[in-house]
Design a protein around this ligand. Structure first.
Ligand code: F6P
Length: 550
């Protein structure tokens, strides 16, 4: 169990409040003028990744007060408990062991006295065998043809992680086999995806921890008919695999037991890409690349577990996040990958962070009176620059940002790459420096504008700057670096959950949505509406019934 402590009642929090007042009106750019070694002091290098947090409202004193906060809330002990299989997901009575899934050491990991590592190794071996056979064509469809398309059906954690990683590792894709992802209950998702695919050469993976999720089951049944209508009922045996903890339900669906991959209740959905939920990744890039992903995550796990807090990337990311969310009242946090391959990374992080720390009851069961998890959002650069960056630069809100990029283009498109990185670097500099009235005046004078016109235009062209950013720059986006990057954010979210005193590994809010939809579905399909609804919902159901009839 994790120690419960209201962060706001710690000595460090009171001290941070004072420090917030003394620093909030200062200029980040002046910190650099006052200290030529600022970058040296406020950046960390981990393998091929550089984490630069110098463009923030931070100094040595604030950092050490935050570390004091970590000590007061027993962060070290919480980290130990997670890694050692303690039942820290208390509301669901489960351990939290995604770190065991990528444990590359020979150190056993125990859950209730049982070492989980042999089971993990067995599943990984099975994934290796299966993915290799699908890629090589040893495993075939019912008519003896090699699979050319694999469709993963899942949602939330059973979709976002593998879909994000598969997209991110596009340059590493195995030729001649294409991996697709279907998640939405909107039928157009599966219809559009299957359009043009050949049932004879299509393999489905049904990925669902519970094997009861409405979206996934609806899409799985559709896929089963899509196969059996053309190839006959017996073909289901050849064209389906499943990843689930609910083996009984999988068997009932008619999936060949050889093609069923288990995992464990101590793997949270949004932390499950490292388990057999990662099977589509292993097929898309090959098992060796999947192993490199796990290795990268393990390396970050060791950095997180063993580094002093003041040199610990996930811890510092978490502390900065708390700083802006709880003291500067920023409320949102933008993640801006300057990488088209990381297109789905912000969406993945939304689930990771918001499903974990979007809570309002603390670990004592009491209502929380301070801010918990931020709203996470973002889009790849440079696209975002031509869309929402206006608000980042000149809006009334502070939006702390993570700028993420690989230094090198895997495709060696050097001209594109230099321009991409120039934009990436220019934005963090501009967000911090802004543009003063004097600078604008000079610029407009140089452009030949008249004095009166300049004075009218001036206020609109001034940028206040002083917008904080983190920069995460790595050598290139390969499986190992990606593994480290994801694990870095996972641990950031964990640290924030510990500080905010919430249970980060349950998601009761989402469970509510699942049951409510079932009630409404009855009222949409039944003879008459029997549910107890407000007049808005009731009338909307009626209108839908009307619009949908004939
Ligand atoms: O959205 C809620 C949730 O429980 C997620 O946490 C999970 O990843 C997703 O639903 C899918 O659940 P399952 O894997 O059981 O189908």
């Amino acid at each position: 169990m994790l120690t419960s402590k209201n962060p706001v009642k710690t000595k460090a929090w009171a001290e941070l409040l004072k420090q917030y007042r003394s620093v909030k009106d200062l200029q980040i750019k002046n910190f650099f003028k006052e200290d030529r070694d600022r970058f040296e002091k406020f950046h960390i290098v981990f393998e091929d990744i550089v984490f630069d947090y110098s463009k923030n409202f931070i100094n040595e004193q604030i950092k050490s007060t935050f570390i004091q906060l970590c000590d007061e809330i027993s962060l070290k002990d919480s980290i130990e408990k997670m890694f050692s299989g303690d039942m820290i997901n208390q509301t669901e009575k489960r351990a939290v062991l995604h770190t065991a899934l990528r444990n590359r050491s020979s150190v056993p990991v125990f859950v209730e006295g049982k070492d989980v590592m042999p089971g993990i190794t067995r599943v990984l071996e099975k994934m290796k065998d299966f993915s290799t056979k699908v890629i090589s064509g040893v495993l075939k469809g019912s008519t003896g043809k090699k699979f050319t398309d694999v469709v993963n059906i899942g949602i939330g954690g059973s979709d976002l992680g593998p879909a994000m990683v598969t997209k991110a590792l596009t340059p590493f894709h195995i030729p001649d086999i294409k991996v697709h992802f279907v998640s939405n209950i909107d039928g157009s998702h599966i219809v559009d995806t299957l359009n043009g695919l050949n049932p004879e050469t299509t393999l489905f993976i049904i990925a669902s921890k519970t094997f009861t999720t409405l979206e996934t089951m609806t899409n799985a049944l559709y896929a089963r008919s899509w196969i059996s209508d053309v190839l006959g009922q017996d073909a289901v045996y050849y064209h389906f695999a499943a990843v689930s903890t609910n083996i009984d339900k999988v068997k009932k669906f008619g999936i060949n037991p050889e093609n069923v991959f288990g995992f464990w209740d101590w793997v949270g959905g949004r932390y499950s890409l490292w388990s057999a939920i990662g099977l589509p990744i292993a097929i898309a890039v090959g098992f060796d690349r999947f192993s490199e992903l796990l290795e990268g995550a393990y390396a970050m796990d060791m950095h997180f577990k063993n580094s002093a807090f003041d040199k610990n990337i996930p811890v510092l990311m978490a502390l900065l996040g708390i700083w802006y969310n709880n003291f500067f009242k920023a409320e949102t946090h933008a993640v801006l990958p300057y990488s088209q391959h990381l297109e789905r990374f912000p969406a993945f992080l939304q689930q990771l962070d918001m499903e974990s720390n979007g809570k309002s009851v603390d670990r004592e069961g009491d209502k929380i009176t301070y801010q918990t998890g931020p709203v996470i959002w973002g889009e790849p650069g440079t696209n975002g620059q031509h869309a929402f960056f206006q608000l980042l630069h000149q809006g009334t809100k502070m939006v702390p940002c993570d700028f993420i990029a690989g230094a090198n283009s895997i495709y060696k498109e050097e001209d594109h790459q230099r321009k991409l990185i120039a934009n990436f670097l220019a934005q963090t500099e501009a967000l911090m420096n802004g543009k003063t009235a004097e600078e604008v005046r000079e610029e407009l004078e140089r452009a030949g504008m008249g004095r009166d016109e300049i004075e009218v235009l001036l206020p609109y062209k001034v940028f206040e700057g002083n917008r904080p950013t983190n920069t995460i720059l790595f050598r290139e986006l390969n499986p190992r670096t990606l593994g480290s990057l994801i694990a870095m954010y996972e641990h950031k979210v964990f640290v924030q959950g510990v500080i905010l005193n919430v249970f980060s590994f349950d998601q009761w809010g989402v469970e509510l949505g699942k049951s409510l939809a079932k009630t409404i579905l009855k009222d949409m399909e039944g003879e008459k509406i029997s549910g107890n609804h407000d007049s808005s919902t009731l009338n909307l159901i009626k209108i839908w019934r009307e619009m949908n009839s004939g």
